[in-house]
Design a protein around this ligand. Structure first.
Ligand code: SDX
Length: 427
């Protein structure tokens, strides 16, 4: 690979260094482009632009590869648990048993959410979408934990990380409890992290709540599969907001808002709504395939396509297999799973989807499992946020410790040239 790239503009040649990553990804370093040539690049959606160097996650969209800190997602999903993967993403190494025990003990120091936070959630109508409530509550955590985090101070940063992991899970479940009119539950420090999720969500003061290990195991795997995905929309948002040195809670809150969109994390809810609509209209998947292909129809096949994966999303493969296993283990018959499989087969054999390398992504099957576990549809993207929290934290930490500059892209102005002001009575 050559060490430099040559750009010719208006008959002049400009040379830029070429950077090659661990997996031979090639980047042209255009840091000096505008200084030397006066020109900038234009790349809406940043389809070809790298925002940073990162040691956290590697994706190969052509080969369908996903690794966290060098470990294959297939191995992590099968052999690790969610807090173990959380530790790996944030601190860079698989934890020893003692490391993981200490990490969980330290998280438990911060699982009590300030009672006054309940006044905030009480201000929301029951009909509020859980993602909007979660974004607000996450930002509100700053008010109750005002000490700003100095990432250079290891103890400071570690405490803020444990605090975020402990409190985010609780407030995420409060969004559901609020929508149901249930009392808000407390984290139980005698239970595991994912067990706590089920307890926080579904235990009621009127009687005992039995946590099903099949459900906990499935959720643990789902959270691992969602934990990081390099510079996706919500993670890039967390890095962008954090680059102004806004706090960790504020940056995560921005990430929650970005994830909410149906083109991103909101797709898992949109997939279930789409499958439900297909089911209600008699299961005619071909009709929806035609709609998805029709340029005059804004309908898209939700859960299909990806900016990076031009092959199968490796997470979709694992989730599809888990969906089968969980529904069988729980004895759940879901017609939507059959429709999803029919839709997948129809799309994968259709020229439009093949020509555009559109395959099922992480959101296509996840909702089927959430539904089987009794999670309501409008909580699906909250589930994604709980899974993605470690990635957001890890990327925010890396960005701050690397002292990345404040994010401030350029633009090309296409508006009106200079014109004289026109007084009101002359307009
Ligand atoms: C996530 O980035 C990440 O890593 C995200 C994520 C993560 O872990 O963080 O993986 C999670 O967000 C997964 C994606 C979930 N979103 C959806 O399932 C929504 C449906 N999919 C799309 O809207 C779309 O595929 C995107 C947003 C995911 C990707 O969009 P791109 O890369 O901008 O692609 P594009 O819109 O330029 O589409 C290219 C072509 C277009 O057709 P042409 O103009 O070339 O004729 O493919 C078509 C699109 O119309 N197309 C689809 C389609 N997705 C793309 N057509 C029908 N149905 C679809 N789902």
């Amino acid at each position: 690979m050559s060490k430099t790239a040559i750009l010719e503009l208006d008959g002049k040649k400009y040379e830029f260094p070429v950077f090659v990553g661990t997996e031979n990804e090639v980047a042209i370093d255009i840091n000096k482009l505008r200084d030397v040539s006066g020109a900038i690049t234009l790349d809406p959606g940043y389809k070809n632009s790298g925002a940073c160097k990162s040691e956290i996650t590697f994706l190969d969209g052509e080969e369908g590869i996903l690794r966290y800190r060098g470990y294959a997602i297939e191995d992590l999903a099968e052999k690790a648990n969610f807090l173990e993967v959380t530790y790996l993403l944030i601190f860079g190494e698989l934890p020893k048993k003692s490391d993981l025990e200490r990490f969980e003990t330290d998280i438990r120091k911060y699982t009590l959410v300030n009672e006054e936070m309940k006044n905030i959630i009480d201000g929301f109508p029951k009909t509020a979408h859980p993602m909007g409530v979660l974004a607000a509550l996450t930002s509100a955590l700053t008010a109750f934990n005002p000490k700003s985090v100095n990432p250079e101070n290891e103890k400071d940063l570690y405490e803020a990380i444990c605090k975020t992991i402990g409190k985010f899970l609780v407030i995420a479940t409060w969004t559901y409890r609020k929508s149901m009119g249930y009392p808000l539950n407390y984290y139980d420090n005698t239970k595991g992290y994912v067990d706590n999720f089920m307890n926080l969500m579904f235990s009621l003061p009127t009687g005992p709540y039995k946590i099903d290990p099949v459900v906990v195991n499935a959720l643990d795997k789902l959270f691992i599969l969602h934990a990081d995905h390099e510079q996706n929309c919500s993670t890039s948002t967390v890095r962008m907001v954090g680059s102004s040195h806004a706090g960790l809670f504020a940056s995560i809150s921005a990430g929650v808002s970005a994830l909410w969109g149906p083109l991103h994390g909101g797709a898992n809810q949109a997939v279930l709504e789409m499958l439900d609509e297909i089911n209600k209209s008699g299961g005619d998947v071909e009709k929806f395939i035609l709609k998805a292909k029709d340029k005059n129809d804004p309908f898209r096949l939700m859960g299909f396509g990806h900016r990076v994966y031009k092959n199968f999303d490796p997470r979709a493969k694992i989730i599809k297999k888990a969906a089968d296993e969980v529904l069988t283990a729980l004895g759940v018959e879901d017609p939507l799973l059959d429709i999803a499989m029919k839709l997948e087969q129809a799309a994968l054999n259709d020229e439009y989807f093949k020509a555009r390398s559109l395959y099922p992504n992480v959101d296509f099957y996840s909702g089927i499992i959430y539904r089987a576990l009794g999670i309501p549809t409008d909580m699906f993207t909250v589930m994604f946020a709980i899974g993605r929290l470690p990635g957001w934290i890890a990327q925010w930490k890396e960005m701050r410790l690397n002292k990345e500059p404040i994010g401030r892209p350029r633009q090309v102005y296409t508006g009106s040239p200079l014109r004289d002001f026109v007084d009101m009575d002359k307009r």
